[in-house]
Design a protein around this ligand. Sequence first.
Ligand SMILES: [Fe+2]
Ligand SMILES: [Fe+2]
Length: 307
Amino acid sequence: MSGFYVEKMGNSLEKVAQNSATLDLLAKGDGTEILFQVIEANKIFQIVSLERNSTMEFFYILSGEMIWMKEDGEQTKLEAGDYFYTHYFCGKEYLKTLSKAEILYVSTRPIFRHLSNKMNNLMEMVKSVESKDYYTHSHGQRVQDYARRIAEHLEIAGDRLENLLYAALFHDIGKIRLSDAIIAGNNKPTDEEWDQIRQHPIYGAEIVSNSFLRNIAPIIMQHHERLDGSGYPHGLKGSEILLEARIIAVIDAFDAMTTDRTYRKSKSVNEAIIELKDLAGTEFDERVVDIFAKILKEEGIYSTTEA
Ligand SMILES: [Fe+2]
Ligand SMILES: [Fe+2]
């Protein structure tokens, strides 16, 4: 995301409630997160870091009072306008609120994903979809692993990489709204079932739009689009399709081709790559197919002399 953003008080990307505190993710970008934390009165909280790394965590007290309880027993009172931060810090420090405290919290490493309820829900949904289809266990994870490697070759980094990887993991999350029989994929889908299946990118985009991962919605929406316009749900063409969606499309198609179904036998890795290469330039991004074939070759699971 790039641009100038203005939000009104109370708006945030996501809010989580902890025992005696709430945390609002106000903004995130390039790994940095800006959070607003409210901690109830008379609560001890700790600032912990398990390893000494370059992460900076900065806390600015907007309102309220607290004390820093040092190891030697000494106490320092902190109030609105005071601040504390960690950098190359390994250890624990304890603070105690004397009154309800509001803190602006900046972290140069993403931490919110570990606290986000919505992230947990999305993970549960993916697990649920994958558990209903005997053949696609860890499909999202596999697509994510290869997406990471293709991204390295294309020098995709920062926010863009993070969005690509989440989109890869959650690309089929919309299948949660399909019937169990369709997800299980034991029979060749009927025409009506195909109509349903074509909706899953739309459902997926809707589901993530309600989370702090809303930026990945367009990628999920486009993961079944094809360069020649033969894909779904919108029949987009060429440059209308995001590079991130083209990357996922190639890996996803490969994973589908090499997966057995009760109504059809899977293709071998070589056969699948040959098919992807045949379709490169018409349906799939040529550069992405080339890089993917190279990666599989490096892994030793694709063995023809070409590529
Ligand atoms: Fe899909
Ligand atoms: Fe998929």
